[in-house]
Design a protein around this ligand. Structure first.
Ligand SMILES: Nc1ncnc2c1ncn2[C@@H]1O[C@H](COP(=O)(O)OP(=O)(O)OP(=O)(O)O)[C@@H](O)[C@H]1O
Ligand SMILES: [Mg+2]
Length: 406
């Protein structure tokens, strides 16, 4: 291949791998092998009571007495279980019957801005994706209608929900954000055509794709051409207008590098969650990152003043048994105070997948798990979800619900 141009050589390799992968896929991906072919597991009354923040005994009573409640399914041990759709139905009945107030009913009311949360840290491997996926599932189960936008060309968030735009040739976020084709004049896709439903009720995804790197090239080219089209920073916010009424929360998972797409997400967002893992907690790199983030924000603010509803930090892969981490955590709490979430995303090898992402906790059947380990991770993630939920509620002018022990 030596006489080929480098681009031709790379293209050859691409074609070879592509056809090899297609063949392999045909072998591997027989229909019953995909995670998304199975629905999400069902939830016990205890779990539903926790998700909807209704006392266990009250919930049992409501389930038996209120009209319109789902019947659930009897499973092992003669216990009742509810699907995520049924959990939502329960939520609707509780709200309609006045058993819970708007602070536990995570749907926007007229006049509420769509909540938009960007999970942001330029450092790789700090649990952005694991946190986003778990947070999405916890919030979806309690009723938020969520659109997740995967801005990472690696698309690991989409992968976790078994949506692979590059493999299945689905439209991705690239097709929504891209510039008009100078040759064909083809316009970008409306976001509605790139949205995929997932096996988790209330979570839809605009998948990530390798072609997001094209968006970066196209953006640079558009600067040079001065073409007067929609500027890059507005492309996500503009695209979202079409679905403004359909989702309560838009969640952005971002790649571990600065990109035009990240800036566009930061521009579209109204809240920011910055995961910090012990790995990056040489505090110097944190300060440096924040300085960079401030610089990015200034780029955005040249176009429009940006005021976020909240910016919060969360410790991830946290292990309290490691003295160095304990020390660091108290250092950060002393200095960042309320900007740090009270709950840490605990480290657990038990749920860290052998692949590159962990399984979202709600997909794991607790009965097949060491109870103490499960509870520890559950408390960690549910606590984070409560705190983020509270921020969103505040942004809607509601007084957040304080969970009581049951
Ligand atoms: N709480 C945790 N406990 C143990 N392992 C974790 C935890 N969270 C994430 N991991 C593991 O750490 C690795 C990185 O996590 P993840 O992909 O969520 O980070 P990321 O910030 O999204 O990475 P990237 O910057 O590459 O996008 C994964 O292998 C994941 O399984
Ligand atoms: Mg990631």
């Amino acid at each position: 291949m030596a006489d080929l141009l480098a681009s031709e050589q790379l293209m050859r390799f691409s074609e070879i791998i592509d056809s090899a992968l297609t063949q392999q896929r045909e072998l591997l991906h027989s229909p019953d092998k995909r995670k998304s072919d199975k629905p999400l597991r069902s939830f016990s009354v205890r779990e539903v009571s926790h998700a909807l923040r209704v006392k266990y005994n009250s919930l049992r009573q409501y389930l038996n007495t209120l009209e319109g409640m789902p019947a659930g399914t009897l499973e092992a041990g003669n216990r009742k279980y509810f699907t995520a759709d049924e959990v939502n139905q329960i939520l609707e009945v509780l709200m309609a019957e006045g058993k819970i107030g708007p602070e536990r009913f995570p749907r926007r009311q007229p006049g509420d801005d769509q909540a938009r949360l960007v999970v942001y840290n330029l450092k790789g491997g700090v649990s952005k994706t694991s946190l986003s996926a778990n947070l999405a599932q916890f919030l979806a189960l309690r009723g938020y209608r969520i659109l997740a936008i995967d801005l990472d060309p690696q698309a690991s968030f989409s992968d976790m929900f078994d949506i692979q735009a590059d493999v299945d040739e689905l439209p991705s976020i690239y097709d929504v954000l891209r510039y008009e084709d100078p040759h064909t004049g083809a316009a970008p896709l409306p976001i509605t055509e790139a949205i995929q439903a997932t096996y988790v009720p209330n979570i839809d995804i605009v998948p990530g794709s390798m072609s997001m790197t094209e968006f970066e090239f196209e953006t640079s080219a558009s600067f040079r051409a001065g073409d007067g089209g929609t500027p890059f920073h507005r492309r996500i916010a503009d695209a979202l207008e079409l679905v403004d009424d359909y989702y309560d929360l838009v969640l952005f998972d971002t790649p571990p590098h600065m990109s035009f797409a990240v800036i566009a997400a930061v521009y579209a967002a109204r809240g920011m969650l910055i995961p910090l893992s012990a790995g990056m907690l040489d505090v110097v790199s944190l300060a440096k990152f924040l300085e960079l983030a401030a610089g990015t924000m200034e780029v955005v603010e040249q176009h429009q003043d940006k005021r976020y509803d909240f910016i919060r930090f969360v410790l991830t892969r946290y292990s309290a048994s490691d003295p160095a981490q304990l020390q660091l955590s108290s250092f950060l709490r002393t200095h960042l105070r309320d900007a740090m979430l009270k709950h840490d995303f605990v480290s657990s090898t038990a749920i860290a997948d052998a692949g590159n992402t962990m399984n979202p906790l709600l997909e794991i059947d607790p009965s097949g798990f060491n109870r103490k380990t499960y509870d520890r991770i559950f408390e960690s993630l549910s606590g984070i979800a409560d705190e983020v939920d509270a921020e969103i509620m505040r942004s809607w002018g509601r007084i957040p619900f304080e969970r009581e022990d049951d």
